[in-house]
Design a protein around this ligand. Sequence first.
Ligand code: SF4
Length: 67
Amino acid sequence: MPKFIVNDDCSRTGMCSYERPDLFEEGEDGYPIVLESGENIEMTDGEIEEVLMICPSGAILKATSNE
Ligand code: SF4
């Protein structure tokens, strides 16, 4: 399961895949794909918060265990 999810507030800026290509990939429709491979990347709470802050639309959320 990926560490993050992207919700419908995404405005397709591409910032997430630009800033963190290890976690997000820009899809053909411009919406990001959250990479499953990112689940194995060790991150502190502060680093997770930095990823959430990348998105100008607030569309990146931290995934919970049942998402
Ligand atoms: S940074 Fe936010 S708005 Fe931009 S593509 Fe990623 S999720 Fe969408």
